[in-house]
Design a protein around this ligand. Structure first.
Ligand code: FAD
Ligand code: DLZ
Ligand code: SF4
Length: 510
């Protein structure tokens, strides 16, 4: 008998496990644009457009390969509101032995799928998501064997498992596992920036954009500058361009911030990898080949591969190992609401303004903008993790909870108490100044700490450290900072804390 196969909007890959060993002549594939998935957070309109346009193109691709596909469009007259309803309608229309799906990327949806398994009269099979390089059982094994989880050690395991940048003797190429120390340059404008990829929508995509603009008009974000790949050919093109133009500078400028470009030398590949248009291993193999061909230096290629086989796989493992409790954690008891500037309210803080306006325009910010500007600001202010996480999940085109939550709650906010990264990524304005040119266009003075025009990051940095002194003072990598604080005169300390208190009372007027 036939099987009914569900594919989600971030499972658009021929290799997806739900399709394996299926029979195109007999089985039916279901893809559905549903309001429940499009509105559980106020997704950036470009994220909805990306997912729907890519789903439509993938459904067409499957049909061309001979698959029978049922596709629900959001604006179909008989459109149903959620995935369970859509599947039940399909089940009522035919005779099926089982429903097959691939493990999804968010706990809330996984819980629904488990409910279908328990309640529906036919078997519901949830297969592992084999697009990831580290099966969840391997991560679990790694995690239970350790008292402390650190990405660096997990990454070495992944280098050995994949063989990427490994010598025949089983040693890391270049004699070191990690070249991060070489990846901290500010951008001086000398190396030419890669060109922004071309707009990727066909005529149908343009119509879809108009529908989304109308239906989701209250969501934060513009639709005009849409550049995201919506099919595999476009994603492969972007990958090729990145390897040629971006990768050689990726390492040097990985941590740079620049008002000249919101993208710098970053790949822009996260959405393509996350929704299934590209395979993470093929991306890394192309980068590795560029190194062996002498087209990109080792610090760039190692840094890039580390993000994908290291951080990306690590955060996914942490997510599934710790959910649902992880989402509830708030180790620093942060309670403030999210500042209005995150939703585009005017601010004199140039760094926040630059990043939020790029997010509005593109649904994108690169890692250092996410971590050290919007993340750091929320950390220093003590914004409630749930509010911050909802923002990150909504406004980035590449955001799915398995990757967004550990990065935001764990890495940026230290809300997990150090499970993901032992030390908080808290920094003063000096860090932002060192990494780029935002401060030159700011209403505040980065060199000042206590004055009315002093950079808000500066006093709030000390306020954060003082608030959490009991937790961090003994941390070996933070002891020196606390010694610097102790060395300040009492009057200076008091002035800093007073300025910070004033800022905390006027957050939405900064
Ligand atoms: P590049 O800088 O070119 O990096 C190459 C690839 O490495 C990325 O495409 C991505 O697949 C992977 N990668 C890099 N860093 C990470 C990381 N920390 N975790 C997982 N994968 C990584 N990434 C998402 O894909 N979705 C998210 O929702 C998301 N939320 C984040 C929230 C915060 C607070 C922070 C600090 C980071 C977040 N990241 C997220 C990770 C990272 O910032 C993005 O993957 C990256 O900026 C995407 O841009 P890019 O493709 O140009 O990446
Ligand atoms: C993000 C998203 C959106 C906006 N819409 C849909 C949709 O209509 N149908 C669908 O199958 N998937 C959608 N997605 C992606 C899902 O939300 C995603 O599969 C889950 O969050 C798990 O990662
Ligand atoms: Fe940001 Fe402070 Fe620099 Fe202004 S001075 S851009 S607020 S770091």
């Amino acid at each position: 008998m036939a099987n009914l196969i569900l594919l989600l909007g971030d499972q658009l890959s021929d290799r997806i496990s739900a399709l394996q060993a299926a029979n195109p002549a007999e089985d039916r594939v279901v893809l559905a644009e549903v309001l429940s998935e499009a509105s559980y957070v106020p997704h950036h309109p470009q994220k909805i457009l990306l997912i729907f346009a890519a789903m439509r193109q993938f459904a067409r691709h499957l049909q061309q390969q001979g698959w029978q596909v049922s596709y629900q469009r959001l604006d179909d007259a008989d459109a149903l509101g959620d995935l369970g309803q859509v599947l039940q309608r399909e089940l009522a229309r035919g005779h099926y032995a089982r429903v097959i799906m691939t493990h999804c990327g968010e706990y809330r949806l996984h819980r629904q799928m488990r409910r279908w398994q328990a309640e529906w009269p036919l078997p519901v099979e949830i297969r592992p998501d084999t697009r990831f390089l580290c099966p969840l059982r391997v991560f679990r094994q790694w995690a239970v064997e350790r008292k402390e989880w650190r990405m660096e050690y997990f990454y070495r395991l992944m280098r050995r498992r994949t063989g990427l940048l490994m010598t025949a003797e089983g040693k890391p190429v270049g004699g070191k596992w990690n070249f991060d120390a070489d990846n901290r340059r500010a951008y001086d404008g000398k190396r030419p920036l890669p060109l922004l990829p071309a707009t990727t929508l066909d005529e149908e995509g343009q119509r879809l954009a108009a529908m989304i603009a109308e239906r989701f008009s209250t969501h934060f974000g513009d639709l005009q500058s849409f550049h995201w790949p919506v099919n595999r050919a476009q994603a492969l093109h972007l990958l090729g361009t990145f390897i040629e133009q971006g990768l050689p500078g990726f390492g040097d400028y990985q941590d740079a911030l620049s008002s000249q470009s919101p993208f710098l030398f970053h790949s822009l590949l996260s959405s393509s990898i996350n929704i299934g248009l590209l395979d993470p291993l093929e991306v890394c193999q192309q980068a590795e080949a560029a190194y062996h061909a002498g087209q990109a230096p080792l610090n760039a290629v190692e840094g890039f591969i580390r993000q994908i086989i290291g951080w990306r796989e690590y955060v996914r493992g942490v997510y599934w190992q710790t959910m649902p409790e992880y989402a509830e954690s708030n180790a620093l008891a942060a309670q403030r609401p999210l500042p209005a500037a995150y939703w585009g309210a005017p601010t004199g803080m140039a760094c926040i303004r630059e990043v939020v306006s790029a997010v509005r325009q593109y649904g994108y910010a690169h890692h250092i903008q996410r971590l050290m500007v919007t993340g750091n600001w929320a950390l220093l202010l003590g914004v409630q993790p749930k509010a911050v996480c909802e923002w990150y999940l909504a406004v980035f085109v590449d955001a799915f909870e398995w990757v967004e939550l550990p990065n935001t709650l764990g890495m940026a906010l230290h809300g997990d108490g150090g499970l993901l990264a032992s030390k908080p990524y808290a920094a003063s304005g000096k860090y932002i100044q060192r990494q780029g040119d935002y401060c030159a266009g700011c209403d505040y003075q980065v060199s000042r700490v206590t004055e009315p025009d002093s950079c808000p990051f500066n006093s709030l940095y000390w306020h954060f450290l003082k608030r959490h002194q009991a937790r961090f003072a003994e941390h070996p990598r933070m002891a020196m900072i606390y010694r610097n604080w102790q060395r300040m005169e009492a009057g200076q300390q008091q002035a800093i804390l007073q300025r910070a208190e004033w800022l905390l009372e006027h957050i939405d007027q900064l």
